[in-house]
Design a protein around this ligand. Structure first.
Ligand code: GDP
Ligand code: IMO
Ligand code: MG
Length: 429
C-alpha cells in the first residue's frame, strides 16, 4: 500500500498535473491540499487537453477527488470547472467529488484587494495570479475567513459577510482607491453557488482515514512549487500557502505516518511566472528557444514564463524540504536540439561558493550561477518508451541530475500526453 505526495520542486508548472493524472490510475483517491485557482494543471489524454484549476487531476481517471481543508476555493470557478468537465463528457457527481467543510472561500473582495494592491505596488508588484489567493489566506490567519461549513449555512454566511464587508469596503475605498462592494449582490450570487455546492461538502479527513484503513491508496496533489512556499520560497515573491510535502498532512487532515512516498516533479530546465529572483534565468536566444519549444505560457494567466537552465541548488533544497523519495523529470524532449546543456551546481556570491539556497533576497539576487556544461542530443526522443533507447547524452544528463540531487529518477516525461512517459519503476506497484 502506498500513499504518495506529488510536489513541484521549482517555481511551479513542472508538470504536476500530467504526473498526477498518470499515477491516478493506480490510486483510489486524489486529494489537493493547498492553493486555489492560482494553479493550472494540464493533462493531455487521447489528443485532448484538459486544464484543472481546483478539481484534482485524478478526475480524468474517474477517481474520487477531494478538495482539502488547506485549499481556498472560488465557488464560481469550481462551478465553471464542473460545467467545463460536463461539456467534455465527464459528469462529476457527489460520488466523485468531495469538498472539505473547512476549506476557505474566496470572496469578491479578496480578488479586488489582490488586484488593487498589485496596481498600487507598481513595479514592486509580486506578479500574483490576481485570483484573491493571498487575501483569502490572510483572512484565514486573522480569523476573518469564511469556511465551506459557514458558506452553506445561509444565516451564518449572511451574518459573517455583513460584519466583514464593512471593514473590507472601508479598506477598498479609503486605502486602495477601489470600488466598494454591495452586500446584496454578494449574497444573491453566493447563495446560488452555495446551493449548487452544498451536496459535495463533507469531512474529508474522515473519508481519507476510512479509505486508508480499507487498504486504499491515496495520491496527494501539490500545487505551485517548493520555491513558491510561503516559508521556504523566495519570500515575498511566493504564494500564500505551504506548498511542500509536509502540508499534505495539515491540508488534508491526516497524520504524517500515513505518507509513504514523496515524488518531486522536476522540469528538465527551470521556469518561473511572475516577479522574483531566478539565478539561472536565460535572457538570450537559448532562453527564447526553450520558451517556444516548451510552449511556456502560464496555464492560468497565459503569461509568458521566464526560462533558464536546470538549477540543482534549488533541487537539493527541494529534496531536503520535502524528503523526496524520488524524482519525476518532465519536458526532457524540449531540450532536444541543444548543442550543449548547462546545469547550475552552485552560486558564486561575494567571492565565495554557496551550495545552499540563501534566505536573503539581496544575497540571492546577487548570486551568479556556477555551471557545468554537458553535450546535448539532436534526436527527437518523444516516441521513446524505454530508458535504454534514450540517446547516451540524454542518459548522461539524467545521471548527472541524480548525482547532484542524490535522489533517483523514477519517471521521465517526454511529451504532454499521458503515454509519452517512461516509468522506470512504478511507485504504486
Ligand atoms: P503543473 O502546473 O505543474 O501541472 O504544470 P502546467 O500544466 O502548468 O505546465 C506544464 C506544461 O507542460 C503543460 O502544458 C503540459 O501539457 C506540458 N507538459 C508536461 N509534461 C511534458 C513533457 O514531458 N513534455 C512536453 N513537451 N510538455 C509537457
Ligand atoms: P501551478 O500549481 C506557477 C505564482 C504567481 C506569483 C506568485 C504569487 O500551476 O504550478 P498568487 O496568485 O499565488 O498569490 O501568486 O506565485 N504562482 C504560480 N506560478 N505555477 C503556479 O501554480 C502558481 N501559482 C502561483 O505567478 O508569482
Ligand atoms: Mg501550472
Amino acid at each position: 500500500m502506498a500513499n504518495i505526495v506529488i510536489v513541484g520542486t521549482q517555481w511551479g508548472d513542472e508538470g504536476k498535473g500530467k504526473v498526477v493524472d498518470l499515477l491516478a490510475e493506480f490510486a483510489d483517491i486524489v486529494v489537493r491540499f493547498q492553493g486555489g485557482n492560482n494553479a493550472g494543471h494540464t493533462m493531455v489524454v487521447n489528443g485532448k487537453q484538459f486544464i484543472s484549476h481546483l478539481i484534482p487531476s485524478g478526475i480524468l481517471q474517474k477517481k474520487i477527488c477531494l478538495i482539502g481543508n488547506g485549499m481556498v476555493i472560488d465557488p464560481a470557478v469550481l462551478i465553471e470547472e464542473l460545467d467545463y468537465l460536463k461539456s467534455k463528457g465527464i459528469d462529476v457527481g457527489q460520488d466523485k467529488l468531495m469538498i472539505s467543510e473547512k476549506a476557505h472561500i474566496i470572496m469578491p473582495y479578496h480578488k479586488q484587494i489582490d488586484h488593487a494592491r498589485e496596481r498600487m505596488k507598481g513595479d514592486k508588484k509580486i506578479g500574483t495570479t490576481g485570483r484573491g489567493i493571498g487575501p483569502s489566506y490572510e483572512d484565514k490567519a486573522t480569523r476573518r475567513g469564511i469556511r465551506f461549513v459557514d458558506f452553506i449555512d445561509p444565516e451564518v454566511f449572511s451574518k459573517k459577510v455583513k460584519t466583514i464587508l464593512e471593514e473590507k469596503n472601508f479598506y477598498l475605498k479609503e486605502y486602495l482607491s477601489s470600488e466598494p462592494l454591495d452586500f446584496d449582490d454578494i449574497i444573491d450570487k453566493y447563495s446560488e453557488y452555495a446551493e449548487r455546492l452544498a451536496p459535495f461538502v463533507t469531512n474529508i479527513s474522515l473519508v481519507i482515514s476510512r479509505a486508508i484503513k480499507e487498504g486504499k491508496q491515496i495520491l496527494f496533489e501539490g500545487a505551485q512549487g517548493t520555491h513558491l512556499d510561503i516559508d521556504h520560497g523566495t519570500y515575498p515573491y511566493v504564494t500564500s500557502s505551504n506548498t511542500i510535502a509536509g502540508n499534505a498532512c495539515a491540508g488534508a487532515g491526516i497524520g504524517p505516518k500515513e505518507i509513504t512516498d514523496v515524488i518531486g516533479i522536476v522540469k528538465a530546465y527551470t521556469t518561473r511566472v511572475g516577479q522574483g529572483p531566478f539565478p539561472s534565468e536565460l535572457f538570450d536566444e537559448t532562453g527564447d528557444r526553450i520558451q517556444e519549444k516548451g510552449v511556456e505560457f502560464g496555464a492560468t494567466t497565459g503569461r509568458r514564463r521566464r526560462c533558464g537552465w536546470l538549477d540543482t541548488v534549488i533541487l537539493r533544497n527541494a529534496v531536503r524540504l520535502n524528503s523526496l523519495s524520488s524524482l519525476a523529470i518532465t519536458k526532457l524532449d524540449v531540450l532536444g536540439g541543444q548543442e550543449f546543456l548547462k546545469i547550475c551546481t552552485g552560486y558564486e556570491y561575494d567571492g565565495k561558493i554557496l551550495n545552499d539556497f540563501p534566505a536573503s533576497l539581496n544575497v540571492l539576487s546577487a548570486c551568479k550561477p556556477i555551471y557545468e556544461t554537458l553535450p546535448g542530443w539532436s534526436e527527437d526522443i518523444s516516441n521513446i518508451r524505454r530508458i535504454e533507447d534514450l540517446p547516451q547524452n540524454a542518459r548522461n544528463y539524467l545521471n548527472r541530475i541524480e548525482e547532484l540531487a542524490e535522489t533517483l529518477i523514477q519517471i521521465i516525461s517526454l511529451g504532454p500526453a499521458r503515454d509519452e512517459t517512461i516509468i522506470i519503476s512504478n511507485p504504486y506497484t
